[in-house]
Structures are given as C-alpha cells and as structure tokens.
Ligand binder design. Structure first.
Ligand code: AGP
Length: 613
C-alpha cells in the first residue's frame, strides 16, 4: 500500500524520485521521504502529508546543487501500517550507523522480536515502524557486502516486503528485493528506475523487469543482476510496457475518477476486442489456458476478491449460473483464505483483482492452488503478482486506474466475467443461437455505456439534491443487487456519506426502520425480472417519507413516475444492464462528492492497492 522509487543514473536524482512518487501517490499518501547519496554521505529529507510537502521540505533543506549533482537515491510515499503518519515514522529509515537507508512496502510480522534482539545489542530506535527494525538488521548484518547483508537480514524476516536499500559504503548501486509486495525495474539508457508499479517508470523507459517473490537484485545505472536469497542467479525477461505517459495523466478532467468513468466505452471496447466469436457464438479467452473438455468437467466456480472486485464477482455468480448452469459462489478473499475451503480439481477459482497485488486475494490464490483447484485470475495490471502466480486468466486491458475508487476496472471485470460465462455456457447447454445473441449483447456494451455518460449533466443536476444527506440506501434485485452494493461503496468512499447497499427485499427486515423524511433511497428498478417487486419496495420506502432516485429502463414511464428523480438505462439483457447501471451510479457518486468538496481521487484513510492483510 505504499509507493517506493529508486533511481540510479545521470543526475538530479531528487527530482526524478519526487516525480516518481507523484505517480505512486494513489498507493498511499500520508507521509513521504527520500534519501540520496551526496559526496558519499546519506542525506535524508522527510515530511508528513503528500509528496508536494516533501518536495517543498527537501528544496528548503538542501542547496540547489545537491539536487542537481546527486545521481542515486530512494524514496517512499506511505500508507501507515505501524505508527501514525508522522515525520519520524516516514521512510526512508536508517540503520544504527546512519550509512544505510531503506524504503519498504509491506509488513514485517516478526519485527517486535527482531527489535528486542537488536535493542539487546544496544540498538536505539526512533520510530514505531517495522521498517526501521529491518534497516537496523541490515546494518547489523553488513560485513562489507551490502547485497549479502540484505540477504542475511531477509532470511530472518517473516512477512512481506518490497524494498530498496542504499549505502554510503557502496555508492553506485541499489539493492532491491520483494516478497508479497510488487517491485518493477525500469531499464533505461544509462539509468535504472525501481518502483512499486510501472506508472513511476513510464517517463523514463518502456522496458521493465518484474521481480518475483524472493528475488533480490543488484542495480546499477547500466545493469540489473538478479539472484534469489541464496545468491543463486535468476533470469527474468525484459517486458515492454506498451503504455504512454498520457495514460497516467488526467487528460483534461478535474479528477482521474471522472476521466476513468468517461473512458469506459473505450476501455470496454479494449476489454472485448478480439474476444467474441460470432460464428460459434462464444468468446475467445486464450489466457484461460483450458480445453473445452476441462471446462466441461468443471463442477463449480468460486469467485474471490475484495471490495469492488468482490462486487464484480457477485455479478459473475449470476452469469455463471444463468449462462453456464454452473454452481457458482463468491467468497470474500480474506474469509476464503482462513476458512479452510473445500476445493478439488473440478473447482475453478477465479481471483478478481484490479491491481493484482491485494494481499488477501493473493493469499486466496495460494490457498486454492494448495487445495488442487483450477485457479485463474482477472487482473488489470500486466505482470502483477496475482496474474503471475495464477499463470492463467484474462487481463482487463482497462489501462492504468489511478483513482482509488475503482470504476473502469469494475465494468471491465464484469464484461470479462460475462465472456467467461458465455464460453463456459457454450461448452454446456447454451446453444449457438443463444450464444450469438449474447455475444452481440456483450458487443453493444460500449455503446450502452456511452448513452449513460451522455446524461452526465442530468446526473450532476440530480446529484445536487442529495449532497446534504448523511445517509443513503441503495437497493436492487438479481444481478442489480451487487450493483446496489457497488453504488453504495462508491458513494461512501468518495463523499463520506454513510451509504449502504441492500437487496430490495431485505429493507423491510430491519433497515427500513432507519428511513425518515427525505432519506435517499437509490433504487435500481430497470425492466428486468423482479422489477414489479422492486417497485413495491419503493412504495414501502415512500410511505416512510424516503426520497427516491430510480434507475429505470429507457421508455419505462410507469416506473419513472414512481420516482422523485430518475436516470434512464438502455434496454438490454439483465446481466449486461449491470454495466450501464453502475456507470450511472459512478457518475452520481462522483458529482455528489464533487459538490461536497471532497478529495475524490485520494479519499481519506484509503489506498489504491491493499497489499497488507
Ligand atoms: C474500490 O473502489 C476500492 N478502492 C477497493 O474496494 C478495491 O476494489 C479493493 O481494495 C480491491 O482491490 P483490487 O481489485 O486491486 O484487488
């Protein structure tokens, strides 16, 4: 959940590091710091708050020429896990000599025992962090070879890490290593960049190397020497990112979130392109790496994920049952990994994760593999840990999702899940004609979303009536129930309104007690099976004074007349309608948050990728 950057190359290392941190700020942003080697001394600058505060602090503390002549450094933007977000707890952390500096993403589980042992040897700690303990451990192990010292220290560590280490005793190199937290190395021309993800590398090179767990690398301006923790050489291929820097910019929008909502037609087209076969009425998902026979023999699909990805899985659950006659269930990844799941070779476990680094989802993948299940993933980040550890699955091709609130990843996840369900269904009872019709429905998704986005001004006007509320309820039935959950998550995480999603039938079993005059109920009443029951639930809410914002199918005037406000959703297959419906709720939530003056792209307390439990 933190962002780390390392640079070794030409000059002006502090500027390169700070610019890199800016690209990673969405991973965590409560404090930041950097360390450079200057005249073979380790010089450190840290500040609470965002990267801009660090930039100001460093430039005020250091003479300008120090910025220009330093050519090696490491930096960090933090999402606090141990100790509050203060300057003392900010990374980098130094060893007892002050000559070794470390930045770290992850959690050292046994840091207390290590700290006690080091304190017994006279070490003094200034922070409350696990990372400072690792810095001291490396210093303690340093017998004149920094690489070996890092290996020896990491052999004593339990937990996860993505680290970069420099030493005044060994100028000209950075040691980097990973276990459970991502590290990607950008191979430039006379310069090398280390980062938590590729968005910090784009400005320098498209050529990258992804470290695997327990890889450790000796990095110089012209070389990357990768070993395992036993000093055995390891070969990792250089990959091409294929991303342009503009993809990481806002493109003229006020927020990354609005940009990412509006680019969904294009992202969905990219997610679908080349993956539908209208001749056989199926989908072409080569990454699944499974034969028709293997798919036909599957007995169950288990979808695991967290947050928005979990909600996408809930839509997938309906799709696999409706289209493929397959028993399917959704498990919250943290629950799945600890409940000792009953799994076997006829079970397909699909791990859903935009970042591909969510710790609980990664752990669920490892547990599913341990139990002998068929495991694959739906990820957006190419080369991410979950993608690599499952070894098969489908990439979303949604492009970098910078805003902490996930939008385009969700809709692309659902689109891919619909294609997976179509593929599985055509290997079972789904006919060619049914398959062709559903493939055509999927192919229309970008246009359906475009029709909702064109209502952006209308939705912004509707949102204005809901800005003052502190509570809101989202309700839906069938595949629109997970859409209600997702809509509530969007509103709560960016506007800080207490929003809850419920199955429409569930309100009367308790939550309706909370309705008072004017309480907003956002009701998904599209013209799909169960609509009339939902209209009945809406009447129950109106009888208690609730204000109803309805999502209704275009032309359904009967439903529209039941609402105080409404947004029109194009008529399409119920499973497909989940995508334009959620886009309406994304825009609604965005405009409510904007009108409330909220941060939106980096909401308080959140991070884009939750790489700790
Ligand atoms: C979504 O808006 C949230 N930011 C969060 O719930 C997110 O979906 C969750 O942390 C899972 O992330 P992942 O898809 O990268 O695994």
């Amino acid at each position: 959940m933190c962002g780390i950057v390392g640079y070794i190359g030409k000059a002006d290392a502090p500027t390169v590091l700070i610019n890199g941190l800016r690209r990673l700020e969405y991973r965590g942003y409560d404090s930041a710091g950097l360390a450079v080697l200057d005249d073979e001394r380790v010089v450190v600058s840290k500040a609470p708050g965002k990267v801009a505060a660090l930039n100001e602090r460093a430039r005020s503390e250091w003479p300008a020429e120090r910025f220009s002549r330093a050519s090696l450094g490491i930096a960090h933007t933090r999402w606090a896990t141990h100790g509050p977000p203060t300057e003392v707890n900010a990374h980098p952390h130094l060893d007892h000599s002050g000559e070794v500096a470390l930045v770290h993403n992850g959690i050292i589980e046994n840091y207390r025992a290590l700290r006690a042992r080091l304190e017994g040897k006279g070490h003094h700690f200034y922070s409350e962090t696990d990372t400072e303990v690792l810095a001291h451990l490396i210093g303690e192990c340093d017998k004149g070879n920094l690489f070996q010292a890092v290996c020896d220290a990491l052999h004593q560590v339990e937990g996860t890490f993505g680290i970069a280490v420099l030493s005044a005793r060994e100028p000209g190199r950075i040691i980097t290593a990973r276990r459970g937290s991502p590290i990607v190395i950008g191979v430039g021309d006379g310069e090398t960049i280390i980062a938590s993800d590729a968005s910090a590398i784009l400005a320098h090179t498209q050529r990258v190397i992804y470290l695997d767990d327990n890889d450790i690398a000796i990095v110089t301006a012209d070389s990357v020497d990768i070993r395992d923790l036993n000093n055995i050489p390891v070969t990792r291929e250089i990959a091409e990112l294929g991303l342009d820097e503009s993809a990481a910019e806002k493109g003229g929008y006020d927020h990354f979130m609005l940009k990412e909502i509006h680019e969904q037609p294009e992202c969905l087209a990219n997610a679908i392109r080349g993956r539908l076969d209208f001749n056989i009425g199926s989908s072409v998902l080569a990454g699944m790496g499974t034969s028709p026979r293997e798919l036909a023999e599957l007995g169950r699909v288990v979808l695991v994920g967290c947050g928005t990805s979990l909600h996408a899985g809930l839509v997938g659950e309906y799709a696999f049952e409706d289209l493929a006659d397959l028993h399917s269930e959704v498990q919250q990844a943290a629950e799945f990994r600890y409940r000792n799941p009953i799994l076997g070779s006829r079970d397909l476990v699909v791990a859903i994760s935009q970042s591909g680094e969510t710790a609980d989802t990664l752990a669920a993948v490892r547990e599913a593999k341990q139990k002998g299940a068929f495991v694959m993933s739906l990820c957006n980040v190419v080369g991410s840990t979950i993608a690599r550890e499952t070894g098969r699955g489908v990439y979303l091709h949604a492009g970098p999702e910078i805003s902490v609130a996930s939008t385009k990843a969700f809709t692309c996840q659902v689109a891919v899940l619909l294609m997976m369900a179509l593929k599985l269904g055509r290997g079972r009872r789904f006919s060619r004609e049914e398959g062709i019709r559903f493939a055509q429905e999927i192919n229309s998704i970008p246009m359906l979303v475009e029709r909702v986005i064109r209502q952006d001004a209308h939705i912004a006007g509707v949102a204005a009536s809901y800005v003052a509320n502190e509570h809101a309820f989202f309700i839906g039935r069938g595949p629109m129930y997970p859409v209600a959950l997702e809509g509530a998550l969007k509103l709560k995480e960016i506007s800080y309104i207490h929003a809850e999603g419920y199955h429409a039938a569930e309100l009367k079993h308790g939550p309706i007690a909370l309705l008072t005059e004017g309480t907003p109920v956002i009701a998904i009443a599209c013209d799909i099976p169960g609509k009339d029951k939902t209209l009945g639930n809406i009447e129950e809410c109106k009888a208690r004074g609730a204000r109803i914002l309805g999502l209704v199918t275009e032309g359904d005037h009967e439903a529209a007349e039941c609402m105080d406000d409404f947004i029109s959703i194009p008529r399409c297959h119920p499973l497909v309608a989940t995508i334009p419906a959620v886009v309406a709720l994304q825009l609604f939530s965005y405009h409510v948050a904007r009108l409330r003056g909220c941060e939106i792209d980096q909401p308080r307390n959140l991070a884009k990728s939750v790489t700790v439990e």
